[in-house]
Every structure is written in C-alpha cells, then in structure tokens.
Design a protein around this ligand. Structure first.
Ligand code: PLP
Length: 390
C-alpha cells in the first residue's frame, strides 16, 4: 500500500506504546505498576453517570447539532465566562469528542505550509505531530527545569517571525506540571497582540492546581478575540473514556471548527453531552476530593524521588505528573524508561516522548494509589542501587 506522504509527518503518543509493552509483560505474569498513563484513576462521579443514563432512557440517542446541544454550549459559556472573567456567547463554543480534536481542528484551520507554530517542548506530543501533519513548521519553545518549567518570555519573543501564525501554551502543563505565572501570561499576550498572532491555550488541567488561582491568557485585555481555549471533562471529572471536550474561540472561527466536525464526527455523542451539563452544573465535591488526593500523592512521589540517588524532582504546581531529572544516573531517558519497565516493573515515560527538550527527564503520572506509588519508588530505588553495585 502506498500511503499519502502526509502520513509520514504524523507522530503519535508513546504513552500508548509503553502501555502495550507493559500489558505484554503482565500477560507473561510480571507485575507492573502503571505510572505511564495520563488519566485519573478515579471513577466518574455518580451524578454524572446518572445524568448520562437518564439521557439515554429519555431518547437522547440521535444526532445533535454539530457544535453541540444548546444546553451544553450554554453551560460551557457560563462556566468559562465566570472562571475566566470574560464575556462568552454559546456561539463561541464548539463541543467535540475530547480535548484532542480541538488541537487537531484548530491547527488544521489556522496553520498551513510556510506558517510557523510555536509550541511548548517538552509538551503534549500531539502539538508537534499536528503542526507537522498540516505542513507547517514546528518551532519549539523550550521549557527548562531551571525556571520551574515556566516559559522564558525573552526566548519566546526571539522565536517569533513574520510567519508565526499560532502560539500554543499549556498551563498547568503536561508533562512537567509547570504553571505559567500571570507575568508570563501578560508577556505572551503582549507578543501575541503586537505581532498579530493567535494563541491556543490548552487549559485542560485548569482545575488540577495546587497553589493559587488559575489564570487564563484569555482574561487579559484584547486576548479573548485571539485565543482559543481548549478545555474538557477528561481530567477534571475523570471522564477520559467518555470523549467530551470543547473549544471556546472567537466567534469568527467557530463555524469553521464546526465544519471540521461536520466533516469528521458529525457530532459528539448525545448522551455524553447531557452528562457534561450535569458535570458543570451539579455538585463539584467529587472533583475537589480528587484534587486533594492528587496533592497528597504529589507530595509522596516528589519526596520519594528526591531521596533516590541520581534523581532530583521539582514540586509541580498542577496536573498529575512529575518530571524528574535523571541525568546524574548516567542513563539516557529512553534507556531509563526501558530499564524501569523491565528491571523494576515500573511503567514510566521517557522525557523525550514529549519532545527533544525532554532528554534527561522522565515523566511519571501519579494518578495511582499512595500504596502503589510507594511500591514503585522502592522498586526504582532498589533496581538503581543494584545497577550501581554491578
Ligand atoms: N491536552 C493535554 C495537555 C493533555 O495532557 C491531554 C490528555 O492527556 C489532552 C489535551 C487531551 O485530552 P482528551 O483526553 O480530553 O482528548
């Protein structure tokens, strides 16, 4: 078969490959602790499940408008308006199956051959993959441990050219757990306004924040009209398998993103959309409890990693990942990923799964029990100690 050449430019998410390798080891009888996958280990709150069941029983089993049912678009508009302090009309909201399609559609709709797109590196791998896929040039914005994995705004300014079409930011961030400060956001906004650049703000972890209040670039003067907010239900409400997310964007862009929906999915599953209304308007306590559990696990994993010789780890401010520096172990990131999987029975991801600037680091997801996290820490410590004695 001769595939279209664009397929050669499409990347992937290696988390799923490591998961498959871990499952294969489990099938051989090995016990693996899973710290590779980016999804909450909690169940979706009961009130949301009930709302989906009610929707199914009351016949919400048909196509919906491509951009989403009016009830959900209204609930999202109200939620984003109140949490970001901006005016949002339901017409600016496009509901899609997960946060990822917003990335896919927005990059597809805005970037083309010859355009440059600045994106965080290390960062969510699909940004770079999609920029390449549409034939635009990916321009990495390095995120460094030395400044808490925030962004160096002077460096960002130096990356902007006449061809820069879009800047992608992600805060709180995957894979580093870093958070952009209000000053960083102000500086990025200034660049975007002055150079007439659109911004895609991936805010999917906005509610998984351990310090301070969430800040959105869309709240800054003149930014709502040039920002696409990517948000969703996967992380906040432990709904990864439901496939429900959305974009909030300038009115002018919404019909084009909707047309991409018409050409691909037709619409997001009807009953999940009604579950989404309940998620946003119903009780929020289950989600808040989940964040408190993540906070406890974060403290356990950060402290434990810092006790292991050769590893140092910053305390992330958000999301549910740690991004420890492993350079002093003398191992490369990919080598360490394989070593931990096969020797320690711990599935983690090489920092390079998130771009070239992830070399020297590892990503561990702490969406697992404190008991399993402690077990994983002991196994990592023991197998590295054994290696040093060899
Ligand atoms: N954005 C970031 C930064 C993520 O980490 C993820 C999922 O891991 C997504 C978007 C996609 O979320 P969804 O599962 O809703 O498509």
């Amino acid at each position: 078969m001769k595939l279209a050449s664009r397929m050669g430019r499409l990347g992937t998410e290696t988390a799923f490959e490591v998961l498959a390798a871990a499952r294969a080891l489990e099938a051989q009888g090995k016990e693996i602790i899973h710290l590779e996958i980016g999804e909450p280990d909690f169940d979706t709150p009961g009130n949301i499940i009930e709302a989906a069941c009610r929707a199914l029983r009351s016949g919400k089993t048909h196509y919906t408008p491509a951009a989403g049912v009016p009830e959900l678009r209204q609930a999202i508009a109200k939620y984003i308006a109140s949490t970001r302090g901006i005016d949002v009309s339901p017409d600016q909201v496009v509901v899609v199956p997960g946060g990822k399609p917003i990335m896919f559609y927005v990059i597809m709709a805005l970037a083309e051959e010859g355009d440059e797109v600045i994106y965080p590196n290390p960062g969510f791998p699909i940004y770079e993959s999609m920029i390449n896929f549409v034939g635009a040039k990916p321009v990495p914005m390095p995120l460094r441990e030395a400044n808490g994995f925030s962004c160096d705004v002077h460096e960002l300014a130096s990356l902007v050219t006449e061809r820069t079409k879009l800047i992608i930011i992600n805060s709180p961030a995957n894979p580093t757990g870093g958070v952009l400060s209000r000053d960083d956001l102000r500086a990025i906004a200034e660049i975007a306004r002055e150079r007439d650049i659109m911004v895609m703000a991936d805010e999917i972890y906005s509610r998984i924040l351990y310090e301070g209040e969430f800040a959105s670039i869309a709240s800054l003067p003149g930014m709502a009209e040039r920002t696409i907010i990517l948000e969703g239900f996967s992380k906040t409400y432990a709904m990864t398998g439901w496939r429900l997310g959305y974009g909030v964007m300038p009115l002018e862009l919404a019909p084009h993103i909707t047309r991409l929906m018409v050409n691909s999915n037709s619409c997001t599953a009807a009953f999940t959309q009604y579950a989404g209304v309940e998620a946003l308007t119903g009780p929020q306590d289950a989600s808040a409890r989940m964040v408190e559990a993540f906070r406890e696990r974060r403290d356990v994993i950060v402290e434990g990693l810092n006790r292991i010789p050769g590893i140092r780890c910053l305390k992330p401010k958000g999301a549910f990942y740690v991004f420890p520096n492993i350079e002093a172990t003398g191992m490369g990131s990919k080598e360490m990923e394989q070593f931990l999987l096969h020797e320690a029975g711990v599935a983690a991801l090489s920092g390079t799964s998130f771009g070239a600037y992830g070399e020297g680091f590892l990503r561990l997801s702490y969406a697992n029990s404190v008991e399993n996290i402690n077990k994983a820490l002991n196994r990592i410590d023991d197998s590295l100690a054994k290696l040093r004695r060899r």
